[in-house]
Ligand binder design. Structure first.
Ligand code: EPU
Length: 417
């Protein structure tokens, strides 16, 4: 069983390169199903969700593999609509993008219910509502979803009832070839959505986003291209938590400062010293960290994907704070794990209240990706050795975590026994 062993109390110091954003690399990889030429995509993080997605594409009959350290070549010319790796679909949330991509290309798709990190119900009724609005028939039966259209589709206006990254992306993918202008209202505007739009437009798509409305002007065909994925904002902000917990000072290279700004303001109000450069951020912990009270919400506000890591960091503040999650109201499995390390955290409805805590090393379980990152944050600042199991959750989202942390002075190793 793979475990991370972290010796706490070592100051992180140096520079780290931030990887490409997992959550936009994934839809872009699936969007290659809309292009029957070769696409070369750069800045793809080597994490397990990406490997699994490339395998799903190969199972469909596409050529899809890494050709350089962070570059993939994908050619879906020979792809079919039959998914061979349904078990991988059930493991990953991002596989839901097969619905939009295969539907746009073949007018039909049948997939297992997409899986993903386990923090409560992850409904997809907004995705299905959108497909139905476009004229498709959607049937959910025996853990499978079948979406198909028997007649030519017409452009429509789709208003999502809830802001959803996945539903927004699926609607963009599904409507790409529909004649006329499909209007998608109440969209998610996370950088991953814009990244996908930039990629599709580079392939010849005609997509415009105006605030929370996206206009998809039907394209006849998309063409192969070279594209570079945006930097991972959540990875960058997670490293900011690592720096805070370890009393560190680190320069984060290859970031998009605009994507980080709203969240970095919270780190500033905690008293961290933050200097922004064009594609770099310098982060240094101050002598004393102040607490903050945060509410997660859709971009451009505070991301739910930083909630657990921030809760862990708040343990090291002088007065504690709180994190209220308005996106995933039950994303608190990490709380019991942090308590094993001495964290004084209570939950009230969808809010964690964190008191200043003395953390010590303990054996904990990563219950999901960001919960795992919270345990790494806590372990870096704790007294003594910590052991984190269920590492597979962490490596689905953080490229070279051990190597990167080691390079800036972290005492961390991956063991397998
Ligand atoms: N929702 C519905 N109905 C739907 C779809 C969503 O009620 O049909 C609700 C969800 O339950 C949630 C909210 O809408 O309360 C937002 O969910 P969203 O659809 O935006 O999430 P997602 O697309 O499933 C992506 C990321 C998540 C990230 C969320 C929110 C990927 C592969 N996943 O999930 O990333 O937390 O957006 O930003 O992009 C992670 O990286 O750790 C992760 C979980």
């Amino acid at each position: 069983m793979e475990r991370l062993i972290i010796e706490g109390g070592h100051r992180l110091y140096g520079e780290v390169n931030i990887s490409g954003m997992k959550n936009s690399a994934l839809p872009i990889i699936y969007a290659c199903l809309l292009v029957k030429d070769e696409c070369i995509i750069h800045n793809i993080p080597r994490v397990s969700d990406i490997y699994n997605s490339l395998e799903i594409l190969r199972g469909l009959g596409a050529d899809a593999d890494f050709i350089e350290r962070n570059t993939v070549r994908i050619n879906t010319k020979n792809a079919t609509a039959t998914i061979k790796n349904q078990e991988l679909v059930s493991k990953m949330r991002a596989s839901s993008y097969l619905m939009g991509a295969l539907f746009a290309r073949f007018n039909e798709v049948c997939i297992n219910m997409p899986g993903g990190c386990n923090f409560g119900v992850r409904p997809i009724e907004q995705h299905l509502k959108g497909f139905c609005c476009l004229g498709a028939t959607c049937i959910e039966k025996d853990g499978k979803i079948e979406i198909k259209a028997d007649k030519k589709l017409k452009s429509q206006k789709i208003t999502l009832d809830k802001i959803s990254v996945g539903a927004t992306i699926n609607m963009v993918l599904a409507s790409i070839f529909i004649e006329g202008t499909t209007i998608i209202e109440n969209c998610a505007i996370e950088p991953h959505v814009d990244d996908l739009i930039c990629f599709l437009n580079k392939c010849g798509g005609k997509i415009i986003r105006k605030n929370r409305t996206i206009l998809v002007n039907g394209a006849n065909k998309l063409y192969g291209t070279d594209y570079t994925v945006f930097p991972d904002m959540i990875e960058a902000l997670t490293y900011a938590c690592f720096v805070g917990a370890s009393n560190g000072e680190v320069l984060l290279n290859k970031v998009n400062v605009t994507h980080l700004r709203y969240s970095l303001d919270f780190f500033k109000s905690m008293g961290m010293h933050i200097k922004e450069y064009e594609s770099k951020v310098h982060i240094k912990k101050s002598t004393v960290l102040n607490g903050v009270n945060v509410v997660t919400a859709p971009y451009p506000l505070f991301p739910t994907d930083l909630h657990p890591q921030l809760s862990a960091l708040l343990c090291f503040t002088c007065d504690g704070g709180s994190v209220k999650d308005e996106i995933f109201p039950t994303r608190f499995a990490y709380v019991n794990e942090l308590r094993k390390m001495g964290a004084n955290i209570t939950t009230i409805d969808n809010m964690a209240v964190i008191k200043p805590s003395y953390l010590f090393g303990a054996r904990t379980d990563a219950t999901d990706l960001r919960a795992g990152a919270a345990l790494v944050t806590a372990s870096l600042g704790a007294q003594g050795n910590s052991e984190i199991s269920n590492v597979n959750y962490i490596i689905r989202g953080y490229e070279c975590l051990v190597e990167k942390l080691t390079s800036i002075g972290g005492k961390i190793k991956l063991v397998n026994n």
